[in-house]
Design a protein around this ligand. Structure first.
Ligand SMILES: Cc1cc2nc3c(=O)[nH]c(=O)nc-3n(C[C@H](O)[C@H](O)[C@H](O)COP(=O)(O)OP(=O)(O)OC[C@H]3O[C@@H](n4cnc5c(N)ncnc54)[C@H](O)[C@@H]3O)c2cc1C
Length: 325
């Protein structure tokens, strides 16, 4: 069997909003953005006759309502819908987001109707759902056809047969650029300095996906009241130490299944110098399981003696219930 992939290098520069995918979520986003005045393109990997993703197979929409409507009987309070949602998801839900969706669900049928969707009463055998679920006349295919027709009417561009395999973000690639500082000072009961550190966060960049890159500079002071054996045979004498170090660190976003982080620090350390190299990899195949492997290497050069440290850490977390913490 051979596979043919057509590559479309779409120049999205002309559009305010590019929506990737062409199902219910995508078309709802596209129509909302267009309604707000943005120019929009929808990029769907399926051919035109297969458009609409899984949304084509849907039959109904669950929505809260405080009184009977033209498509729903009785009432379905928001709290009840929220509880149903938590139950079917076994609690694995972003609660704030879920509440927003539940609250928004009350206005969904009217919003959908404004883009051509039509509803019908519950099908035979599903009458018990007439209170909670609004059924689409003609099913999900008819719903998606209405949305695509509305998109066409509103001038939303649609690209079919176009699988998005990569995004080349040239402008506005960084979501946030931060700088600032953190300071800590520990004193003895008599007010004498024990330790102090000021970390200057010179620049911290985070892109739209959550990947991060940071440059920091730390100025530290330590007061040793007793000789400190930092490594076998290497003793730092009593005294006041002032040293500075620079750290570059970065990592991919922890929303991925696999994410990595790394750091390099170089600078002073008590009476000498230290270079630290750190690398870590995390794997989270599900919301209940996470495992990570970290490696930290330190090369320390002091007048009192040189030494290296290597630390490997492996940890695994299993959440037996996502609702208890
Ligand atoms: C048989 C069945 C029946 C269901 N019935 C119901 C129901 O009655 N009520 C209900 O609420 N839910 C139902 N669901 C669940 C519902 O289908 C989904 O929750 C919903 O469709 C998700 O909408 P979506 O827009 O996120 O995804 P989809 O509708 O699946 O849309 C994703 C779109 O993205 C496109 N796409 C994916 N990757 C790329 C890419 N790289 N580049 C370009 N395009 C891409 C796909 O072609 C597709 O069009 C049902 C699901 C199934 C399978």
């Amino acid at each position: 069997m051979s596979q043919v992939r057509r590559t479309v290098a779409a120049d999205l520069g002309h559009y305010d909003v590019a929506v990737l995918g062409g199902g219910n979520a995508a078309l709802s986003a596209a129509l909302t953005a267009r309604q707000a005045g943005a120019s929009v393109i929808v990029i769907e990997c399926a051919p035109r006759h297969f458009r609409g993703g899984n949304s084509r197979h849907t039959r109904n929409l669950r929505c809260a309502h405080a009184a009977p409507t033209d498509v729903l009987t009785d009432t379905y309070p928001e709290d009840e819908l929220m509880a149903d949602l938590m139950r079917v998801n076994d609690g694995e839900t972003d609660e704030a987001l879920a509440r927003l969706v539940v609250a928004g669900s009350t206005g969904c049928p009217d919003w959908m109707k404004s883009f051509g969707a039509r509803f019908q009463s519950s099908l035979r055998g599903t009458l018990h759902l007439s209170r909670t679920n609004a059924f689409f006349l003609g099913g999900g295919t008819a719903l998606m056809n209405s949305y695509y027709a509305a998109a066409e009417r509103l001038g939303i561009a649609v690209l079919y047969d176009a699988e998005v395999v990569d995004l080349d973000l040239r402008e506005g690639a960084f979501r946030s650029v931060l700088s600032g500082y953190n300071a800590e000072r520990a004193e003895l009961m008599n007010g004498e300095l024990q330790s102090q550190s000021v970390r200057y966060r010179l620049i911290e960049l985070e892109d739209r996906l959550g990947d991060q890159l940071a440059l920091q500079h730390e100025a530290s002071q330590e007061q040793l009241f007793l000789p400190f054996e930092i490594s076998p045979g290497v003793i730092i004498p009593v005294g006041h130490y002032s040293f500075q170090a620079t750290r570059v660190s970065g990592g991919t976003a922890d929303q991925r299944k696999v994410w990595v982080s790394a750091a390099l620090q170089d600078g002073g350390f008590y009476s000498g110098d230290r270079t630290e190299v750190y690398g870590g990899i995390n794997w989270r195949p599900s919301g209940r399981f996470r495992t990570s492997l970290d490696y930290t290497f330190n090369d320390i050069e002091l007048p009192e003696g040189d030494f290296v440290t290597r630390l490997v850490q492996f940890s695994t977390e299993v959440a037996f219930s996502s609702t208890l913490s």
